[in-house]
Design a binder for this molecule. Structure first.
Ligand code: 5RP
Length: 235
């Protein structure tokens, strides 16, 4: 199990999440992100909607988000029933100043990207450690891959000078299997100077389901710090 981070970091994540939930309105269809910071937002949404007697519907991006939504009293729906969402609140692993993101350390990147792209507004929540000068510095790019194609995709990625590692999990032996039944490759590409272009190149490899590069998607980022919350907006 992942160790809980130190208390200021947990407080910073929570502060960012609380700020993001202020974007929620009655009757909204909301994308529910995955990970520990998005979890604070789901809990807060449950609390606020109960207090205000609001009728929101959530579209979970993972089983984790679905379980939390149920636990905190948020009714859920599907993208089939609601293909357009008012808002998504989600976390991120790295964020640059242009609000490009790396996501996927929780393994939910494909549903997260689909739900985000269906949303009118995308609000990202994180603690300030996630803000970086350039994406990819000391951080891999998670890529969801069809198990059938994994060896071939690894070969093609090596030819692109990436160093792929098949993600394993502590809960079972062998590779981690995503909510979609696929594998995750964590690929070290070094610093990403053109994240959008790399995303397109990776997407053109047959067998790649989705990448954790979210280029130009986020509208607002709330970064929790030791004492306050910083807001970054898309230019
Ligand atoms: C899951 C994600 C998460 O949003 C990302 O890993 C951030 O998680 P946390 O808030 O726990 O640091 O992309 O696929």
């Amino acid at each position: 199990m992942k160790a809980k981070s130190s208390s200021w970091i947990e407080k910073a994540k929570e502060r960012a999440a609380l700020e993001a939930v202020k974007h929620v309105r009655d009757d909204y269809i909301v994308g529910l992100g995955s990970g520990s910071t998005a979890a604070y937002a789901i809990k807060e949404m449950g609390k606020v909607t109960r207090q205000k007697n609001w009728q929101i519907l959530g579209v979970p991006t993972s089983y984790q988000a679905m379980q939390l939504a149920t636990e905190y009293g948020i009714k859920t729906t599907t993208l089939s029933q609601h293909p357009q969402l008012d808002l998504t609140i989600d976390g991120a692993d790295q964020i640059d100043k242009e609000l490009n993101l790396i996501k996927g350390m929780g393994g939910a990147l494909t549903r997260e990207k689909i739900v985000a792209s269906a949303s009118k507004k995308i609000v990202i929540v994180a603690d300030e450690r996630k803000l970086v000068e350039k994406l990819g510095t000391n951080h891999p790019v998670p890529i969801e891959v069809l198990p059938f194609a994994v060896a071939m995709v690894m070969l093609k990625i090596r030819k692109m000078k990436g160093k792929p590692r098949l993600r394993e999990t502590s809960g079972k032996v062998g590779p981690l299997v995503t909510d979609n039944g696929n594998f995750i490759l964590d690929v070290d590409f070094g610093t990403l100077y053109a994240p959008s272009r790399l995303d397109s190149q990776l997407q053109s490899i047959p067998g790649v389901v989705e990448t954790g590069i979210f280029a130009g998607m986020a509208d607002i980022v709330y970064l929790g710090t030791k004492n306050t919350v910083r807001k970054l907006k898309k230019r």
